[in-house]
Design a protein around this ligand. Structure first.
Ligand code: SAH
Ligand code: SF4
Ligand code: F3S
Length: 468
């Protein structure tokens, strides 16, 4: 489908431990991990008296949490900063102060350039230094000049962050793994997020229990390569994600577990077995493949073949027959020929995806593919992307249409678009709308799907009673 992975502004909230005296506005771009990080930055600033505000006007501090994954990332940041500068100037002219911070992956990759081109920015901080934010704010408040923290500190930020304080609601994110050592030819993440690291199982389980106590019914485990998670379990034995999922599934009240984003190379037998044996593990998996051509997969340094991917999908479907697949695709990576592109189309036809994200290759400074000689012309990339997205749209529509007539559990998360309606999500992440009472929000209820739309389903309640 055509939407790009997470680019919506996200809301942040924080529990205040003293009466809020200052207003914090956070703008979030990029992946779900940035959404999670924005919440954690609000948490770390709450003890200083910062409470969230939905608008930048009048804020004492604005954080722009940035993404560097594709296209003109830096230009987008500078244009947003230009807008925020006017607000900062207006506030200062009125005798106030606004601390302006740039966080996230552009800050990590281009911190020095940000300070050179936007000297009015007070703080530049990379994703691994959020726990130092209070100290940076103190330094910036003393007007000692701009503060930049983009090293990869020896200490682990999670050891220094307070417990996640802000309730996230019925569906929550939980970062369990961060960073990447895979160095795909096209990707900036290993440079912006640093080396692969897992949070200890005990810390993950404690945070999950807190989220459930605050009302979460569904938790999505996050990591740049979430299925590379590893750690010692309560029994002291080394464990991988499949085991962690089993431990999480024992938390009373947690009815749905998801994880994203996975790498095909880290799909081990234990995780596949968890899909067969843990009912709370939802039958939906986002497993990026990028290309269906072995030549391109090698050029991309993905270190698996197209058939290895087909094989994993076969195992997953054998383990959990109702599992639906989602993926990421890149068209026009340097050296991609028409035959390579056709191999990607064939892989899509062979597998059948319920959902997908697809992108034109975008050269990222400092990555190996950016300097490759055989770049694909823009017009060719456009043509391939359109053909690929047309096929994926067809598959998504077919998947949604096949849901009509099924009775499925829906976790209701809020009111629907129209009065008297409530909305939730299916096991396969489709939004579902029904006519029903607001008391069902927060529960999982069987719904019979009446009709499928492009991006959502509608149906009728099978019973007006929670089934879980
Ligand atoms: N860790 C995940 C992906 C993280 S980035 C994985 O290994 O698959 C999310 C998606 O952005 C990638 O899957 C890829 O499809 C896309 N992407 C990353 N860098 C890109 C680039 N330079 N140009 C176009 N798309 C890119
Ligand atoms: Fe980027 Fe590849 Fe790492 Fe995914 S596995 S984050 S695409 S380098
Ligand atoms: Fe973007 Fe950084 Fe996430 S580059 S996709 S915000 S890891």
């Amino acid at each position: 489908m055509t939407r790009s992975a997470g680019e919506q502004p996200a809301q942040t909230s924080a529990v205040t431990r003293q009466p809020p005296t200052r207003q914090l506005h956070v703008i979030t771009w990029g992946c779900q991990m940035n959404v999670y990080d924005s919440g954690r930055m609000a948490d770390v600033l709450a003890p200083l008296g910062y409470a969230p505000t939905p608008v930048p006007e009048g804020a004492d501090m604005v954080i722009l949490n940035t993404c560097h994954i594709r296209d003109r990332a830096a230009e987008k940041v500078f244009s947003e900063l230009g807008r925020l500068r006017l607000l900062k100037q207006a506030r200062e002219a009125a005798g106030g102060r606004m601390i302006l911070a740039v966080a996230g992956c552009v800050a990590q990759a281009e911190g020095a350039e940000i300070l050179a081109r936007a000297p009015y920015v007070d703080i530049v901080l990379g994703p691994q230094t959020y726990h130092r934010l209070p100290e940076m704010v103190a330094r910036a408040s003393r007007a000692a000049g701009a503060v930049i923290e983009t090293d990869f500190p020896a200490e682990d930020k999670f050891d220094h962050l307070p417990d996640a304080a802000a309730p996230q609601g019925l569906t929550a994110f939980l970062t369990i793994q961060e960073g990447c050592d895979k160095f795909c030819s096209f990707c900036v993440v290993p440079y912006t997020r640093g080396a692969e690291a897992s949070r200890p199982a005990a810390a993950v389980l404690a945070e999950a229990r807190r989220l459930v106590a605050q009302g979460a019914r569904e938790i999505t485990l996050l990591g740049q390569n979430v299925n590379a998670w590893h750690g010692a379990g309560p029994d002291g034995q080394p464990a991988t994600l499949g085991r962690l999922v089993r431990w999480l599934a024992e938390i009373p009240g947690l009815s749905r577990i998801r994880y994203t984003t996975s790498h095909p190379r880290d799909m081990d037998d234990e995780l596949i077995a968890a899909h067969a044996e843990v009912p709370a593990l939802m039958p939906f998996l986002h497993l990026p493949v990028q290309s269906g051509s072995d030549r391109m997969l090698a050029a991309m340094n993905r270190r698996h073949t197209a058939d290895a991917y087909r094989e994993i999908i076969g195992q997953l479907r054998a383990a959990r027959p109702d599992i639906a697949l989602s993926s990421d695709f890149i068209v026009g990576h340097p050296g991609e020929t028409e035959a390579d592109f056709e191999a990607t189309m064939q892989l899509i036809r062979d597998i059948g995806f319920a959902q997908a994200f697809s992108f034109k290759y975008s050269p990222r400074p400092g990555t190996p593919a950016a300097g490759a000689p055989n770049q694909v012309p823009e017009a060719e990339k456009d043509r391939r992307l359109q053909a690929l997205q047309a096929l994926l749209r067809e598959q998504q529509a077919a998947f949604n249409a096949a849901c009509a007539g099924l009775t499925i559990p829906v976790l209701f998360t809020g009111p629907g678009r129209h009065p008297g309606q409530i909305a939730g999500r299916s096991p396969w992440l489709q939004p579902v709308h029904v006519t029903g009472p607001a008391e069902l929000i927060g529960t999982e209820v069987q719904v019979t799907i009446a009709s499928a739309h492009t991006n959502s389903l509608s149906g009728t309640l099978n019973q007006e009673r929670a089934c879980a």
